[in-house]
Design a protein around this ligand. Structure first.
Ligand SMILES: Nc1ncnc2c1ncn2[C@@H]1O[C@H](COP(=O)(O)OP(=O)(O)OP(=O)(O)O)[C@@H](O)[C@H]1O
Ligand SMILES: [Mg+2]
Length: 275
């Protein structure tokens, strides 16, 4: 059984629909999840965790006891004292590694007598990461775990995830806006735009699904405009991404190259913004 299987999931909010999302998170890999602000990443993650109730479709996951979670906002009562909170949480789990947690707290400069409300954003992330790892999960789900961390913290978190996935029974699913973290860590990539999954697969295949095309103004035909994603025009030329399947339609004189993940994410987001 896959760690997570999302099947035709739809969730409607006023002004936003998470639209018929199907997705599996496989064992043994790190899956990155990207998309513009408001594209539906957190909603998808929360639906997978049963924190958002879908209008239709279904989600199956491993037992919750096997899942460690880092949410974009720490789900802790601001008035809690860290030491008390840890004691209370530890009692819930059959396995609890105080050492693993202590290492994360130490790196974050978090003390037992700190109160939740006094933690910085990065400290809150660290605390969540420590709590997630302490009960020895097989699946880690992280919503923008690196966003509040300084460069050292991000590097340490990448190391933690890389070490976690060396156990082939483990799986990681994390959302991010930091595409360099994806390039370094992710085996698989899911791209979401306006509530719809627009790419899903091994990172290299997703990248190969797009071609970066550049040309002169006279080469920019109306047909090309229709198949172009994230078109940028200047007086001397243009640049756009074209789906790999459409690339055969490009004239031989158009310069083609492989886009970066960043370029793909930007092109997709720009398109969603203009429509
Ligand atoms: N409880 C809710 N009630 C109404 N609308 C909601 C609710 N939760 C999310 N939304 C809407 O759903 C859309 C997707 O939000 P979501 O938080 O999933 O995006 P995201 O991809 O995580 O964005 P970001 O990168 O900014 O974290 C947004 O338009 C948001 O306003
Ligand atoms: Mg979010």
């Amino acid at each position: 059984m896959n760690p997570i299987t999302i099947d035709h999931l739809t969730k409607r909010y006023a002004g936003f629909t998470l639209d018929d999302v199907s997705l599996t998170i496989p064992t043994g890999y790190i899956t990155g999840f990207v998309g513009a602000n408001g594209a539906g990443k957190t909603t998808t993650i929360k639906a997978a965790l049963g924190m958002v109730r879908p209008d239709s479709g279904s989600v199956t996951t491993w037992d919750k006891a096997r899942i460690g979670v880092v949410l974009d906002t720490p789900p802790f009562n601001p008035q809690w004292r860290i030491g008390d909170m840890i004691k209370a949480l530890a009692a819930f789990y059959p396995v609890w590694s105080g050492d693993v947690l202590a290492e994360q707290l130490d790196r974050g400069g978090i003390r037992a007598d700190h109160m939740v409300k006094d933690l910085s954003r990065g400290m809150g992330m660290r605390l969540q990461m420590g709590l997630a790892l302490a009960h020895a999960p097989d699946l880690l789900i992280l919503d923008e775990p690196t966003s509040g961390l300084d460069p050292l913290g991000r590097s340490e978190l990448r190391d933690d995830l890389a070490e976690f996935i060396t156990d082939e029974r483990h799986a990681v699913w994390f959302s991010t806006h930091i595409t360099s973290d994806l390039e370094r860590l992710a085996d698989n990539l899911v791209i979401i735009s306006r509530g719809q999954i627009i790419a899903d697969g091994p990172l290299d295949e997703v990248r190969a699904g797009f071609v970066k095309a550049q040309g002169t103004p006279d080469q920019l035909t109306s047909h090309l405009r229709r198949i172009a994603h994230g078109l940028v025009e200047t007086a001397v030329g243009w640049e756009a991404l074209v789906a790999g399947s459409d690339a055969t339609q490009l004239s031989a004189s158009i310069v083609c190259s492989e886009p970066t993940i960043e370029e793909i994410v930007v092109a997709v987001a720009k398109e969603a913004h203009h429509d």
